[in-house]
Design a binder for this molecule. Sequence first.
Ligand SMILES: [Zn+2]
Length: 447
Amino acid sequence: MGLAQTAFTLKSRTVRRRSGRFLDELLANEHRPREEISELQASKAAAIARFAAANTVYYARTFAERGVDLTHLEQPEAWQRIPVVERSMVKEHRGEFVSTESNSRTAREAMTGGSSGEPLRLQQDSRVPTLAHAWRMYRWWGVEPWDNLARVGRWGFGLVDNLKTAVTWWPSKQIYLDAKLFDATTMRAFHRSIVQVRPALIEGYVGAMLEFADFLEAEGLSIPTPRAVATTAAPLTDNARHRLASVYGTPVYDEYRGSEINWMAAECRERQGLHVFADTRRIEILGPDGQPVPSGVVGDIVVTDLLNRVFPMIRYRVGDRGKLLDRECPCGVTLPMIAQPEGRTTDVVRLPSGGLINHGLMTMFSEHPESVRMFQVVQAADYSLRIKVVRGDDPLGDEHIRQALAHVRRRIADEVPVTVDYVDSLPQTGGKTKYIISEVGAAEPET
Ligand SMILES: [Zn+2]
């Protein structure tokens, strides 16, 4: 055992006993038969909903209005009477979501990034040793909690939090690059730290990771090969995955997390869908009628946090679209699976006929990952579509791109013109790259 592993093991039995025990519980759950996981989830979901009904103004009121039967919440019929919580409701009635258990010891203020409008303020339950979720996921990738890590993203930590992080992680090293402060100097310094610290995992926003990859290539720099690269905060297209895997020389994994409810699902070593952390979150996929859709059908992702007792989030519409997968994974983890989330519900292409395309565009160039490094669909106010493409290395790339565009034209029945625009890079917003930008339907209310 190295020093880092010894220190981790010691800490997980002492100062971090709660995290250590929680991790043991998660690891035991992830191999239980599916029916057992689903029963465990139903009972935890019922318990948190009953707690919310008794201890928050918001859920007490809305459950009463809808006649939610608190005694049978383990049953799907009773559960589905619980009204879906929209982002706008949290914004408007924030105070009513705060439970009677919330105080300075139990609650931590949290804020969403605000990439989809005004930031949302809520509270996280500081009694939940939530980091164990990340450790569970890292193990799927062959990364241990005591390994060194590098992160690229938006890290709004204050100095105190920084110190706390350093102490809890010691002697493992964590290095950060703030995506907002990206320039040649910070990236060069980050590269030097990576060479020194040799992180087992590099984790970050997709756009920022791509930008850092471009930087390494342009400068002719190399890094010690990490065991894994992981991306978050935006849909990982097959093209981006291919690009990252080839520059970093290691498998690339997708994780699904949000600021409202942190870790929710992650890919395992198979990379054929994400395992839902079903023992601590419930993910439902709802159709336009608000009813659950079958596996394989794309709908709105609605999540319940089974652990947050200070600011309960029950059936919260996170604003992303996705689908359940009916799949048993050869990795041995029995947790249920979802496909890679397809991005924000508001990222849609609209047609003059009223049609909407809000899924599938993400995989537009999937068949030829070497042809396209990155792309973005821009819809102008006159409905016309411009596909901005950063070319890859495939000598037949232009032909593949023409074929992909022809496919898109057929899909929209030539209702609007589709053109391609070759560019050297795409605009970044704090390391997040949107892959659909639309100037049509800006009047749509935020839901
Ligand atoms: Zn798996």
